[in-house]
Design a protein around this ligand. Structure first.
Ligand code: SAH
Length: 274
């Protein structure tokens, strides 16, 4: 049996309960095509194959790919791609496999060291949302990141990452998963989240300006917005805008919803220096 490799973030999920919750969260129905990132030894792949019309799995580790081919290679509705998911051109890779094209759901226990890039690969960025959004993305990830993805305005974990991801997707907490649920156990606790990518986005006049504002706004979290944004907008002007948006003039970055950030940046589009 291959040893778990640290550089690939390998931790095998062995809790039957956690596996069931992940699969249930995907709400698989007839015809669903699933993309799985990092199938590992197939713990999640098997239950997915029971429910989905097709499963495409992308695994970077050659030895694991050999093992998966031995275990699951005979199953018609399973397709394994060997390689790095981050450099994968999925559409091109699936061109020759009509039954696996355009997977509509993603279900994965991802390698934690590349969580940010995976989120961007699946969702796109504010400037460039994925033009073919998935219906649902269920991910098992580091709890601390999960808390930030699901944080509501005004709460401690709400930060720049929450705004960026919530602009692109609705984020829902599914459940906690303790380190003991894995072999070997990771150093951190984990959680399952469900993302529903938005089909429509609030129009942003100038994306770079929105990003600048969010970055500066959250730079010193406990400071009031008007102090953090002092370098880019005059105090009186900011007060005026906050009032228009019905936001308290003493608000902090964490008090603003995604809609508030977009509205503020659109109003300031002409005024903020890049
Ligand atoms: N789904 C399995 C394994 C999760 S561990 C389980 O739940 O038990 C994360 C998996 O992602 C490992 O199999 C690892 O080899 C794979 N992986 C790591 N980096 C990857 C990358 N860039 N592209 C594709 N797979 C990757």
């Amino acid at each position: 049996m291959p040893q778990a490799r640290k550089q690939f973030g390998q931790h095998w999920l062995r809790s039957e309960k956690a596996l069931q919750k992940i699969v249930a969260a995907a709400g698989l129905v007839e015809g669903d095509r699933v993309l799985e990132i990092g199938p590992g030894r197939g713990a999640l792949t098997r239950p997915l194959l029971e429910k989905a019309a097709a499963v495409v799995a992308v695994e970077i580790d050659r030895d694991l790919c050999k093992l998966l081919v031995e275990k699951l290679g005979k199953i018609d509705h399973f397709l394994l791609l060997q390689g790095d998911v981050l450099s994968l051109d999925l559409e091109a890779a699936l061109a020759a496999f009509p039954d696996f094209q355009q997977p509509n759901k993603v279900v994965a226990n991802i390698p934690y060291n590349i969580t940010g890039p995976i989120l961007e690969k699946l969702l796109g960025a504010i400037a460039t949302p994925n033009p073919h959004p998935f219906d649902v993305i269920v991910l098992l990830l580091q709890k601390e990141v999960a808390l930030r993805l699901c944080a509501r305005p005004g709460s401690r974990n709400y930060g720049a990452l929450s705004v960026r991801v919530q602009y692109l997707a609705e984020c829902e907490w599914i459940c906690d998963v303790t380190a003991k649920a894995f072999q070997p156990p990771p150093k951190v606790d984990s959680a399952v989240v469900r993302l529903r990518p938005r089909q429509f986005h609030l129009p942003v006049t100038n994306v770079r300006k929105l990003e600048t504002l969010v970055k500066l706004g959250f730079a010193t979290k406990r400071k009031m917005l008007r102090n953090n944004l002092m370098s880019v907008v005059e105090r009186d002007r900011l007060n005026q805008l906050l009032e228009q948006l019905e936001i308290n003039s003493q608000a902090r970055a964490e008090d603003l919803s995604v809609e508030n950030w977009v509205a503020l940046s659109n109003q300031l589009a002409e005024e903020v220096k890049d």
